[in-house]
Design a protein around this ligand. Structure first.
Ligand SMILES: Cc1cc2nc3c(=O)[nH]c(=O)nc-3n(C[C@H](O)[C@H](O)[C@H](O)COP(=O)(O)OP(=O)(O)OC[C@H]3O[C@@H](n4cnc5c(N)ncnc54)[C@H](O)[C@@H]3O)c2cc1C
Length: 568
């Protein structure tokens, strides 16, 4: 964990610690299954009987989860049929500035923790290049400005910040250690000691499920002693990626999963934009295909384009599942994987109620989604690296503020080239403040805020082209950015996540598998889109009569032993 105000370990020190004790991975405490080892196993993820080769399986959604699912099913000899309402990539969407198409903006996922080992399995397999992401105080960030209540602090390293910020960081460290066994959990994750991980987590879970993030810090001894100003600054400056106060109403369990697994630390971005990953999965021809001729890819299986938006999902008269597209085409399948935000199964896709148990519908309906907004402008060059002759400081820095913008990121690809400013990246209430405004109105307000922090710096004078903005909650194919469970939602999450193992369900409720970001325990992180896709692969293979391979048990085999516990 890098608390923004804490001294980050130097790269050399961090790698020495990793070599000695093993790296922190996104080994989720609810189900500490090592998906990276599962993926790396030379015998592969499973087999299906040869008479099933070529069997069609519908996948709803061509985001990362749908594409991972489809890619792995294709390798096993099945025929994925992908449906997509809009773009290949889903929330890994990269926009280009029209006047300079090589200059890009990641509208959804943009920074990927190195602890996300299943995600990087595909990044590495597909040969994508990555760069350090310029988070606050990160090694790739030459300077950071924290501006709170009109007071501005400039720092190139965490040591340069006032003592107050170190106290805030210390209070957080003490709170997670005293209240949530942080160090013990990280040690257990490093050691992949699943018994210890479960022991710690299963004891915490029932006590913490009904606690908010804010309630947790407000009740902690360290923040109580430190006082309100420290809690407030913690919300605004936060840890790793910046302010987290818009997460304050969410369950503390959501936050613990992030910090235990270093999801908020050591981020990298994908060169050319995050969408390169789903696009590469779509186009890649794996060498280890079962059945399909060499050179087969998802793109070639689909003759270049996925099918259209799904409007209906129901059981057909012959017992298969019927998928209807919004323009009327129908097809039936023995299995269907849905990877769109699960809310859409009731709001955008007319889904037969009898396909899921009533308790699962409750979980689908009650899931809580965060809103999120981003606004980007292209500038002629990374002028922020110019040094102000009076102060000796960079004229503009990565900025965290309590003003409307909240966080401003500076993204460049070298000097003397157009660069990008992510003027504002916000969540929840902060995102709603932008929702009704046009791109131009947003940019004007954001520049106004920045002018108060950087008087005399002519940011507008560097802007070229049109701004790019997004509010994910306004897009009918998403209706929100990503799930964030509220207190008391653990039971819903458990139902959603474990649904891929269907042996206890009646026949009439088998065959539809839920996957994707909001089914995972770590929504908002692409790692969960990958791992729930792998759960769905296991579910489909077993449903159709296939199995895992000897020596490489899948998530379904280990779910009872390692999976999320039930609360009363
Ligand atoms: C603002 C934002 C910031 C994020 N930042 C990060 C980050 O920095 N790091 C990180 O790791 N993760 C981040 N994430 C999360 C990451 O983007 C997601 O985990 C991941 O992209 C989700 O992939 P998915 O396949 O589960 O879902 P999606 O990408 O949502 O894919 C589902 C697909 O289903 C399609 N669909 C919807 N309805 C239908 C229909 N009726 N018929 C057919 N198709 C349909 C959608 O168009 C979409 O393409 C961020 C997400 C957002 C929104």
């Amino acid at each position: 964990m890098t608390i923004a105000t804490e001294l980050p370990l130097s790269d050399a020190a961090a790698s020495a610690a990793e070599a000695e004790r093993g790296p922190i991975t996104m080994l989720n405490p609810d189900f500490p299954f090592s998906y990276d080892h599962y993926l790396a196993h030379p015998a592969g993820l499973g087999t299906v009987p040869e008479d099933l080769y070529g069997t069609e399986v519908a996948i709803i959604g061509a985001g990362l989860s749908g594409l991972v699912t489809a890619y792995e099913l294709m390798k096993l000899g099945l025929k994925p049929v992908i449906y997509e309402a809009d773009q290949i990539g889903g929330r890994l969407r990269t926009a280009s500035f029209p006047s300079a198409p090589g200059v890009v903006a990641d509208l959804g996922g943009m920074r990927f923790p190195v602890s996300g080992k299943a995600f990087y399995h595909y990044v590495n397999l597909l040969g994508l290049d990555t760069n350090d992401f310029p988070n606050p105080m990160a090694p790739a960030t030459s300077s950071t400005v924290i501006e709170l209540a009109g007071k501005k602090h400039y720092a190139t390293t965490a040591e340069e910040l006032p003592e107050f910020f170190r106290e805030v960081a210390d209070a957080w460290k003490a709170a997670v250690n005293d209240g949530a066994a942080f160090t013990e959990m990280q040690e257990a994750i490093r050691a992949r000691d699943t018994a210890r991980i479960k022991e710690i987590w299963n004891e915490l879970l029932p006590r913490m499920d009904e606690q908010t993030f804010y309630g947790f810090i407000a009740a902690s001894k360290s923040f109580k002693e430190a006082g309100f100003a420290h809690r407030e600054a913690f919300g605004q400056v936060g840890f790793g990626t910046g302010g987290w106060d818009t997460d304050f109403p969410n369950s503390i369990l959501e936050i613990l999963r992030v910090v235990y697994t270093d999801a908020d630390d050591q981020h990298r971005s994908i060169v050319g934009g995050a969408q390169r990953l789903p696009e590469a999965l779509w186009n890649h021809a794996p060498s280890d295909l079962k059945y399909w001729p060499q050179g087969t890819s998802l793109a070639s299986l689909h003759s270049g384009s996925p099918r259209g938006a799904v409007s209906n999902l129901r059981r057909a008269a012959n017992g298969d599942l019927l998928v209807r597209e919004s323009w009327g085409r129908e097809a039936t399948y023995p299995a269907v994987v849905t990877t769109c935000q699960s809310w859409l199964l009731s709001t955008r896709i007319h889904t037969e109620e009898a396909l899921f148990p009533a308790e699962l519908w409750t979980a689908i309906e009650r899931s809580h989604y965060m809103q999120s907004s981003k606004t980007f402008v292209m500038v002629d060059r990374p002028f922020w690296k110019d040094i102000d002759p009076e102060t000796g400081r960079e004229v503009l820095s990565m900025t965290l503020t309590d003003r409307l913008n909240r966080a401003t990121y500076l993204l460049d690809d070298g000097p003397d080239k157009p660069a990008v400013i992510l003027l504002s990246y916000t969540w929840n209430d902060d995102a709603l403040k932008w929702l009704a405004l046009t791109a131009e109105e947003r940019v004007k307000l954001m520049l106004h805020s920045l002018e108060q922090i950087y008087p005399g710096v002519d940011i507008a004078g560097h802007i070229i082209g049109q701004p790019i903005t997004v509010s994910w909650e306004a897009d009918p194919n998403f209706m929100g950015a990503f799930k964030a469970n509220l207190p008391g939602h653990y039971r819903y999450q458990q139902r959603l996540f474990t649904h891929f193992k269907q042996d206890q369900l009646p026949e009439s409720q088998r065959g539809v598998f839920l996957a994707g970001d909001d089914v995972s325990f770590t929504a908002g992180w692409a790692e969960g889109a990958v791992t729930t896709g792998l759960n769905a692969v296991w579910g489909v293979v077993n449903h159709l009569g296939g199995s895992s391979v000897d020596g490489n048990p899948g998530p379904g085999e280990l779910l009872d032993e390692l999976g999320p516990i039930s609360l009363d």
